[in-house]
Ligand binder design. Structure first.
Ligand code: ARG
Length: 472
């Protein structure tokens, strides 16, 4: 290996180095290829830091002004896509600082007083994740609203409710959609919760131990919208819980979207034909002209793979890492960026799908009555009208179902005499509960599927969601 002059070593930290890094060292070390996504947050945090340094008399007001003007220019270059990122400068922090030096000269060198890349990256990444949470929360609220509106429009549309993917009891389509509104509500709650814990500022923890400069960490925390500075400098630079929590919440959200996507795929099969999607959300086959494939729903179903994997990946990176910063932690970003972007896309795609979705009332209604789905209503009628214990009513109903099955008719077509063979007390009145419409209507218990419940719930959600301010 040839000895190269010190000027070839990294100019941001190369003081004690006399050789430039091996090509492969640069290759494994550089993060600029992906952490350039943090450039806006990096500039934001640097501006807050510079203002605080000047307010505390650690740098001059004049230097702070020049630094701020330079950082604003850099932000403009980043937004315009003209900023030239260099791999030799490793990461976003050193790329920004190096460009600042070109733009404003010596004052740029004072910006790194009382901070380190360790607290810098922790701050930037928190800001990034926080921005994402705000956007995702708003997008989830939009999806909830789309679902609630569809639920309101179809609050009395009858469909089969399933357990084990076997027809269980009739439910309403609106009720089914509102189940997802509830799930997404919890998802939003988890994100909001993660955001609360995330919202502490690591800046000023410096490399790990704090700093001897008289900084004001409360000032930078406030300027960046954090609730307070992180209380322990070692924890501040080594904590990635905020990413883990967000990825965990993201993975659960992705699972919910995936379950719904799977239902849409099933419903779109010609065998079910419960719903239709327009050309906007389906694709054709290059060989089979008759096909209409639910690709968007399938991709939403699949995205959970990479999102859940990102959570797993970061857990494994963090496991066993001693305090404080280790370069391992640079591996936190790519998977996170990918997972968070994937979830945002999946949420938007799902919102489009829901808005586009048209239920097929005839197919759903017909399926709702199949599989003796009102058998529980029959058992309940026996309990109510004949005063039998539920277990006995269950047994009698089972025998009636067997009779209907062997004669190949639905429960509401089974002659009264046949039912009376199983219990002589059964009267004509039983037919009033055997239709799917009456079945759903009767389930008016709180949280039940009765159309009047569903309408009330859907409207309450719509009201809440329409007036809620969106941060994202
Ligand atoms: N690019 C680094 C990362 O993403 C920034 C922090 C580097 N700190 C250090 N001491 N090498 O983690």
């Amino acid at each position: 290996m040839t000895k190269t002059p010190a000027s070839d070593a990294n100019k941001m930290w190369g003081g004690r180095f006399s050789m430039s890094p091996a090509e492969i060292m640069q290759e494994i070390n550089a993060s600029i290829g992906f952490d350039k996504a943090l450039a806006p947050q990096d500039v934001r945090a640097s501006k807050a830091h510079a203002a605080m340094l000047a307010a505390q008399g650690i740098i001059s007001k004049d230097d702070a002004r020049k630094i701020t003007a330079g950082l604003d220019r850099i932000l403009g270059e980043i937004e315009a896509g003209t900023f030239e990122f260099s791999r030799a400068l490793e990461d976003v922090h050193m790329n920004v600082e190096s460009r600042l030096k070109q733009l404003v000269g010596d004052p740029a060198g004072r910006l790194h007083t009382a901070r380190s890349r360790n607290d810098q990256v922790a701050t930037d990444f928190r800001l990034f994740v926080r921005d994402w949470i705000d956007g995702a929360e708003a997008a989830l609220a939009d999806l909830q609203l789309a679902l609630a509106r569809k639920a309101d429009a179809h609050c009395d549309l009858v469909m089969p409710g399933f357990t084990h993917l076997q027809p269980a009891q009739p439910v309403t389509f609106g009720h089914h959609l509102l189940a997802y509104v509830e799930m997404l509500g919890r998802d939003r709650g988890r994100l909001a919760d993660a955001r609360k814990r995330l919202n502490e500022c690591p800046l000023g923890a410096a490399a790990l131990a704090g700093t001897s400069f008289p900084i004001d960490r409360h000032m930078t925390a406030e300027a960046l919208g954090f609730d307070r500075p992180a209380a322990n400098s070692l924890d501040a630079v080594s904590d990635r819980d905020f990413v883990l929590e967000t990825l965990a919440a993201a993975a659960i959200t992705a699972v919910h979207l995936s379950r719904f996507a799977e239902e849409i795929v099933i419903w779109l099969t010609p065998q079910f034909a419960f719903v239709r999607l327009s050309d906007r959300f389906t694709t054709g086959s290059s060989i089979m002209p008759q096909k209409r494939n639910p690709d968007a729903a399938e991709l939403v179903r699949a995205k959970v793979g990479r999102i859940a994997a990102a959570f797993q990946s970061l857990l494994v990176v963090m496991k066993g890492l001693p305090l404080t910063y280790s370069k391992d932690m640079q591996e936190d970003k790519e998977v996170t960026f990918d997972a968070l972007a994937s979830l945002r896309l999946a949420i938007s795609a799902m919102t489009g799908i829901v808005e586009d979705l048209k239920p097929n009332a005839a197919a759903m209604g017909e399926a709702a009555g199949s599989g003796f789905s009102t058998a529980t209503d029959l058992a309940d009628w026996i309990v109510r009208s004949l005063g039998l214990p539920f277990r006995d009513a269950h047994h009698i109903t089972g025998r009636i179902v067997a009779a209907a099955e062997s004669s190949g008719v639905a429960l509401d077509r089974l002659p009264l005499e046949v039912m009376r063979e199983m219990h002589p007390g059964i009267t004509e009145d039983v037919y009033s509960v055997l239709s799917v419409r009456n079945s759903v209507k009767s389930r008016a218990s709180y949280g039940g599927t009765a159309p009047q419940n569903v309408r009330k719930m859907a409207r309450a959600w719509i009201k809440r969601l329409e007036k809620a301010p969106r941060k994202g």
